[in-house]
Design a protein around this ligand. Structure first.
Ligand SMILES: Nc1ncnc2c1ncn2[C@@H]1O[C@H](COP(=O)(O)OP(=O)(O)OP(=O)(O)O)[C@@H](O)[C@H]1O
Ligand SMILES: [Mg+2]
Length: 246
């Protein structure tokens, strides 16, 4: 509940298993960003609770350092190099620049930007900036990665490339991802579980697995199985929006 009186979420319940890739979809204003912020500990809830399995719980009841957030905008500091932008979360933990260097270079390598450590954000394309933002989220080695429409502002080809990068990262690290998107295609491509929300108040409308025997790659994008997955997600979203066709 916001101070304005808006009840953003009510009766929303979600159990997230280790290693899942969940896409969260729903009409605009249904509370997807609010839900992510609550999971990240960035917003206080007026009621409700979150249970963490981790024993590393801080005073605010959150497992410190285990969660990273990637926003729609890369939110980089323009006067700092790529290296120093990625260093920021470690700097906030009072880790020296030299001690942090291996972790920073590893995070940059994960997103293919190891050669751009000394570049400034203005020298990078939109897709590269987003990669820096992802590297900054990974540098603390989080267990849970929350992404709020991270690729919405990018062109389709760059977006597909970054989708593949995120999938690779997910497979290699075993990280748990909750990915907010408005794109049915993106959600069907990336996730092994789909959660569709309904608005006013925000709650879960549908929650189902997406299993595929395919490797998720260019061939999968043109497969019948992918088409069916897209249809399933799309139908669920139309239902959540009250049945109207778009
Ligand atoms: N800081 C705030 N103060 C008051 N109301 C807010 C605040 N943030 C969000 N809301 C309201 O809470 C509801 C959920 O908003 P939220 O941003 O979580 O939706 P969303 O699903 O992420 O939407 P979108 O798809 O447009 O990003 C909306 O009705 C919104 O107007
Ligand atoms: Mg949002």
């Amino acid at each position: 509940m916001f101070s304005s009186g808006t009840l953003a979420l009510s009766g929303m319940s979600l159990t997230v298993e280790n290693g899942e890739f969940i896409s969260l979809l729903g009409p605009s204003g249904c509370g997807k960003s609010t839900a992510l912020r609550i999971i990240a500990g960035l917003g206080d809830t007026s009621s409700g609770r979150i249970d963490w399995p981790s024993s590393r719980i801080n005073a605010r009841g959150l497992p410190e350092g285990d969660i990273s957030f990637v926003f729609q905008e890369p939110t980089l500091l323009p006067w700092k190099t790529v290296f120093d932008n990625v260093y920021l979360p470690l700097r906030l933990r009072r880790i020296s620049r030299s001690a942090a260097k291996p972790a920073i270079m590893e995070a940059l390598a994960t997103v293919g930007l190891q050669d751009f450590a000394n570049a400034y954000p203005r020298e990078l394309s939109g897709g590269m900036k987003m990669r820096v933002s992802i590297a900054r989220a990974l540098v603390t080695k989080p267990k849970l990665l929350l992404m709020d429409e991270p690729f919405a502002a990018l062109d389709e080809i760059t977006r597909q490339k970054l989708n593949d990068d995120v999938l690779k990262l997910w497979k290699e690290t075993g990280i748990t991802v909750i990915f907010v998107t408005h794109s049915v295609f993106e959600s069907a491509y990336l996730s092994n579980r789909i959660v569709v929300m309904k608005a006013r108040p925000g709650r879960v409308h549908a929650d189902f697995p997406l299993v595929t025997s395919h490797k998720r790659d260019g061939h999968y994008r043109t497969s019948e199985e992918y088409r069916q997955a897209c249809e399933k997600v799309s139908n669920s979203l139309i239902e959540a929006m009250g049945g109207e066709e778009h």
